[in-house]
Design a protein. Structure first.
Length: 249
């Protein structure tokens, strides 16, 4: 049998609960105008964002317009995210800087990356580049976040880059692998045949160690150099396996 009084009582409880929740959770859109004004002021203060426009709906900031560099696109989104009450950013900014051919862009980036972090851990970082219609896909492996972020920063600030995809992985944290890296570098660069690569900052033999596997990357001047490097790497104490990916120039 239908209990009308119980139904009315339940309906009243639901309405009361909804009213309480509405009072406790004000609409995200109540701050939209303030957010938009703040974001607009923040962006207009910087020359590189003069062509960027912001709109806000329910706390979500949508950025449109153009910038010259891909890094500018990222920086505009960072500024918007920091604005109080902004709950998210939809970044639709287009990079409208100079148009550079894919081949030329790849060549410029490769040269920049060869010199990145010279004197630090550059010999333990290896990068791959793929450029298609201005979109740069950066791959490879780095010793830590510093090497990865430094390389990405170079790519993002290069004129002609329209978009960036990062597929760079980080080497596992391992005291054993760290020791293996050092021992491999010493054996390779102390060899009279290979010592020339130690003094050429843009063409070191890249040493990647991952759970006991030593991989060699980079370009050497002759097939003999590649063979000697492989022999030396196989002599390193503690190496489980050696992969010689060196190419001959």
């Amino acid at each position: 049998m239908f209990d009308f009084r119980r139904f009315v009582g339940s309906l009243g409880a639901v309405i009361l609960f909804a009213a309480v929740m509405a009072a406790q959770n004000p609409s995200a859109g109540r701050y939209d105008n303030a957010i938009q004004d703040k974001v607009t002021n923040e962006l207009s203060a910087k020359k590189q964002f003069q062509s960027v426009r912001a709109s806000v709906e329910d706390g979500i900031v949508t950025l449109t317009g153009t910038v010259d560099l891909y890094q500018d696109k990222l920086d505009a989104a960072k500024k918007a995210k920091k604005v109080e009450h902004a709950s998210g950013v939809r970044n639709l900014i287009e990079v409208a800087g100079p148009t550079v051919s894919d081949a030329q862009l790849a060549s410029k980036l490769a040269e920049k990356l060869r010199y990145d972090r010279v004197g630090y851990d550059h010999m333990f970082n290896y990068f791959t580049l793929d450029v298609k219609n201005g979109t740069v896909t950066l791959g490879g492996e780095t010793l830590n976040e510093v090497g990865r972020d430094s390389a990405l920063s170079l790519v993002q600030r290069m004129a002609g880059v329209k978009d960036v995809v990062s597929n760079v992985t980080l080497s596992p944290v391992s005291i054993f692998d760290d020791g293996l890296r050092v021992r491999t570098a010493r054996l390779l660069y102390r060899d009279p045949v290979l010592s020339k690569y130690a003094v050429d900052p843009q063409r070191p033999i890249r040493i990647i160690v991952d759970r006991g596997t030593v991989s060699l990357y980079g370009t050497v001047q002759s097939a003999m150099d590649k063979q000697v490097a492989g022999i030396r790497a196989n002599q390193v104490f503690g190496a489980f396996r050696v992969e010689n990916h060196l190419t001959v120039d």
